[in-house]
Write a protein that binds this ligand. Structure first.
Ligand code: C5P
Length: 235
């Protein structure tokens, strides 16, 4: 039984403010989504890729993908109004009994490495659920609604949740069955699995695995692309 990646790229990219969604903007001449897909294509732990796109982008996407050598990408589905709805559409496109592990990944994170994908899948095989994370380097304050600092949280006990987040398929399906899909505002799948009461293992990843969200991230991304792989680990 194998691992299937669901790459969600159906967001509108409102915070980025460009005329097309950020995942279709070019990074070194190639749309960001193809950089991300190529990372999963290159990872031996991934058997198949499902991509979730805005409805207007699904037609002709497989033909474009073939030009980028993406042979593991077999399925393109339209996304929903929320990230959770988009992942759900991807999950429904998984053929029965074809996957042991589902790796959910943001289309806007093109710097994940094969090794990070593999380690997260392996951990999910062992424990059922695993989330790639990165350290928190700022001092974090909890605030009150009226704009005061309530307290400082020990950052050693905090991690930023990255993707991929990997789950045994039956656990992810069970988590989705528990929620009200139309009203769920979860920003990741671990949150849904946490709500089941399931323990999720962490896998330490690189802060280089950024999510391109605002225009400054694209400038950083152009520089990260030029860094040699050996400089990958600390940033
Ligand atoms: O909005 P945010 O940057 O957190 O989105 C993370 C990922 O989820 C992006 O790759 C985005 O395209 C995807 N997404 C989606 N469907 C939505 C909203 C976001 O596939 N409705």
């Amino acid at each position: 039984m194998t691992a299937i990646a669901i790459i969600v790229a159906a967001g509108s990219g409102k915070r980025f403010g460009a005329e097309k969604p950020k995942q279709f903007l070019e990074l070194a001449g190639t749309p960001i989504i193809f950089h991300t897909l190529q990372r999963f294509e290159a990872c031996s732990a991934i058997a198949q890729i499902i991509v979730v796109l805005p409805a207007a982008e699904t037609d002709g996407f497989l033909a474009k993908a073939a030009k980028y050598g993406l042979q593991k990408l077999k399925t393109v589905v339209a996304g929903g109004n929320t990230r959770t709805a988009s992942v759900w559409n991807g999950l429904n496109a998984v053929e029965p009994n074809s996957a042991e592990i589902i790796a959910v990944h943001d289309g806007a994170r093109p710097f994940v490495t094969s090794e990070e994908i593999k380690r997260t899948i392996e951990k999910a095989r062992e424990t059922g659920a695993a989330c790639l994370v990165a350290p928190v380097t700022d001092t974090i304050k909890e605030i009150t609604p009226d704009g005061m600092i309530l307290q400082t949280i020990d950052r050693n006990t905090l991690r930023r949740a990255l993707t991929p987040q990997c789950f045994r398929i039956e656990i992810l399906r069970r988590a989705f069955r528990k929620i009200d899909l139309l009203n769920e505002q979860a920003t990741d799948e671990s949150f849904l699995v946490e709500k089941l009461g399931y323990q999720i293992s962490i896998v330490e990843g690189s802060p280089r695995n950024i999510k391109i969200t605002v225009p400054e991230d694209l400038i950083l991304a152009e520089s990260l692309l030029k860094l040699p792989a050996s400089r990958n680990s600390k940033f």
